[in-house]
Each structure stands twice: as C-alpha cells, then as structure tokens.
Design a protein around this ligand. Structure first.
Ligand code: SF4
Length: 73
C-alpha cells in the first residue's frame, strides 16, 4: 500500500500529471491539480493506492515538486 500526497498550494498548473494519466489527476475549480478520489486536508490531497507506478511517474515529472509517494507497511 502506498500513500500519495499532492500539496496543492505548490502546484504550478503545468499539467504534466494530467497528461500522464487523466483518470488519476485532473484540475479542480481553482485550476490546481487534484488527485481523483483523494481526501483533502488543508489543501493537501491524500490518497491510498495499491499500485503507485503512475503516481511515481507523475512525481518525477512534477515541476512544482508537490507530488510525493510513500510506501506504507
Ligand atoms: S505535475 Fe505537479 S505542478 Fe504540474 S499540474 Fe501536476 S501537480 Fe501541478
């Protein structure tokens, strides 16, 4: 299990994450990226996933360095 974090305040709206997989990332009403299906806490999106490969690719290509993937026990 992995936890994916998106710190929305740091999003530069470059769109790379949405280009990688628009079923997992989209833009919200404020034009910042959001993790589809995530819970939001203080403008930070948090999502637990079984397969993190797409999220790790987005993390590597995120110009705002605002996507982080953590492996959980
Ligand atoms: S790749 Fe990062 S900076 Fe670019 S839109 Fe997605 S979350 Fe925002």
């Amino acid at each position: 299990m992995y936890e994916v974090i998106l710190e929305r305040d740091d999003c530069t709206m470059c769109g790379h994450c949405v280009e990688i997989d628009e079923t997992k990332f989209t833009f919200d009403d404020d034009d910042k990226a959001t993790l589809i299906g995530a819970e939001r806490d203080d403008n930070t999106d948090e999502l637990k996933v079984e397969d993190a490969s797409i999220y790790e690719e987005a993390e590597e290509n995120c110009t705002g360095e605002c996507i982080e993937v953590y492996e959980e026990d």
